[in-house]
Ligand binder design. Sequence first.
Ligand code: HEM
Length: 128
Amino acid sequence: SEPTSIYEAIGGDEKIEELVEAFYDRVSQHPDLIPIFPSDFTEVKRKQKQFLTQFFGGPPLYIQEHGHPMLRKRHLRFPITPTRRDAWLLCMEGALDEAEIDEPYRSAMFERLTLTANHMMNTTEDDE
Ligand code: HEM
């Protein structure tokens, strides 16, 4: 039968796991992102897997454990500049490639993530 969500279409839990691992491998090495992330990625990886699962139409794992995402609010304690937004998206592009997520899903995912990343910006470079 036809897949009912991006989550299902790309391969479900296993693919989200691959994507998130590939993403934080990059984040942990990106000079613009290192300063705001913890050195231990265990917990943020776990939460991001839950979040992306529901974001792409899978089971609502994030909301079940943490309640409404309120992502912008949860990011306010970190200075998210345009440079950091670009870095985050670059890491995500690399991860989508590494996880071999094919079109049309790759572009659909990247578009939605770009909108969310834009929404997460909360300061200009000058306030650093
Ligand atoms: C958490 C940075 C965009 C989803 C975090 C954390 C940082 C961060 C520093 C917290 C790590 C910690 O717990 O100490 C950024 C930056 C972004 C960005 C620089 C650039 C725009 C996004 C986007 C999404 C997202 C676009 C979703 C599509 C999450 C989630 C968490 C998180 C789900 C865990 C929230 C929680 O604590 O429950 N992010 N983020 N982030 N981020 Fe982002």
